[in-house]
Ligand binder design. Structure first.
Ligand SMILES: *Cc1c(COP(=O)(O)O)cnc(C)c1O
Length: 397
């Protein structure tokens, strides 16, 4: 047995491999430079081009590009009409921003449990949490795999709820042939550098419904419109515009849109490589008895953002903390996604108790995210697998 780097052995690699990393090429740099030299740094043609491109990619009818994925979730909730006293059902296994967006509107996030095999929000648990106050469901395509949208859509229709899809992880993914962006009433993207495509910071809200889209678009621009068809008073001049609701400045700059557009040119390549890396991980880790791989729902056409193992610590002589430290010492930048949102002190202070979602909590205690990103080489991936096997051999009971 090899000695673990954690206890003074030789690490599987000399330099640290991160769990995610953006991929920026010369075309991206040129696109940004060209926009810097153009007339518009913001509110210009690159914004509309990105919005059109995202509609074409997803089949959505409307898109508003916004400053980040959190802003996208915020205005999606506002456009959905979330108000103080309203409940919105979501998953605890997500980045805090998903639930925070509900709080921004004065609503109350209600946490449904996850499916222990797919790690996605469990439709049965969603249904069990519907009350008279429920207005919407925010499903998160956790890791990039789609949720069970047939079931979620049926629940939302039966109970007259809006379905919001947090697709921060899942650009390029499809479910039963429909692209993410055209499935839910409102879909939000994030273009943070760890996500599949990046704008530095950035996001977008997609929708099919013209009325929802109108509200989203105004909310991202101070609640202001210049659209002659929407003005309440007839403007007699070109300078006339109206603020019709309280909105925000959530605009995305042309500089960022240019980067996002150039990144979208590479989405097929990014997706193909991510799929290949996932296939290789699955192949090489499937036989390990301590390891559970993520299952996906039928009809999933996934572009995976995260690759996660569930480890059976009953079979190991270490806990998750030790396993994590051991992988870091081997220079493999593992991570954990996510701490259940309601465990955070802020949520505890709002009255959420630990124990709400047993599957989510058990998932969290056992999960470990392995590196997955476009620029990863086959050798990088082999290092990860060697480190996983080395640690498992060492700690195996
Ligand atoms: C990244 C992320 C967000 C927030 O996106 P930002 O662009 O960082 O604001 C929201 N939800 C999920 C699931 C995310 O991973």
């Amino acid at each position: 047995m090899q000695s673990l780097a954690l206890y003074g052995g030789k690490p599987v690699r000399k330099t640290k491999l991160g769990y995610g990393h953006q991929y920026i090429d010369e075309a991206d740099i040129q696109a940004v430079v060209d926009t810097l030299k153009s007339d518009f740094l913001t509110c210009g043609p690159k914004v509309e081009e990105l919005e059109r491109r995202l509609c074409a990619l997803t089949g959505a009818a409307y898109c508003t590009a916004v400053s980040n994925g959190t802003a996208a979730l915020h205005i999606a909730c506002l456009a959905a009409g979330i108000q103080p006293g309203d409940e919105v059902i979501t998953t605890p296994i997500t980045f805090a921003a998903t639930a925070n967006a509900v709080l921004y509107c004065g609503g109350r996030p209600v946490f449904a449990d996850i499916d222990p095999e797919t790690y996605e929000i469990d439709p049965a648990s969603v249904e069990a949490h519907v009350t008279e106050k429920t207005r919407a469901v925010i499903a998160v395509d956790f890791t990039g795999a789609p949720c069970h949208y047939d079931a979620l859509r049926a629940i939302c229709e039966r109970n007259h709820l809006l379905l919001i899809e947090d697709a921060a992880h899942s650009i390029g993914t499809s479910y039963r042939g429909g692209a993410v962006g055209s499935i839910a009433d409102l879909t939000t993207f994030s273009f943070h550098p760890v996500k599949t495509i990046t704008a530095g910071e950035g996001g977008a809200v997609m929708s099919r419904d013209p009325e929802l889209a109108r509200r989203v678009s105004m909310l991202a621009r101070h609640g202001i419109t210049r659209d002659p068809g929407l003005l309440q008073e007839r403007g007699n001049s070109n300078w006339y515009y109206e603020q019709q609701m309280l909105g925000y400045n959530y605009r995305l700059t042309d500089i960022q849109c240019a980067l996002a557009l150039s990144q979208l040119d590479k989405l097929d390549r990014f997706a193909a490589r991510r799929r290949e890396l996932v296939r290789r991980y699955d192949e090489m880790l499937r036989e390990l008895p301590e390891v559970q791989l993520q299952k996906e729902y039928e009809g999933a056409g996934t572009v995976r953002h995260l690759y996660i193992l569930r480890l059976d610590f009953d079979r190991l002589s270490c806990g998750r903390r030790e396993f994590y430290d051991a992988m870091q010492a081997e220079n493999i930048g593992v991570n954990v996604h996510y701490i259940p949102v309601y465990w955070f002190p802020y949520y505890q202070s709002l009255g959420y108790q630990k124990g709400l979602c047993p599957n989510a909590e058990a998932y969290y205690e056992s999960s470990m995210t392995l590196p997955l990103f476009y620029g990863m080489t086959d050798q990088d991936q082999e290092d990860v697998i060697r480190a996983v096997k080395k640690a498992l051999e060492y700690y195996r009971k």
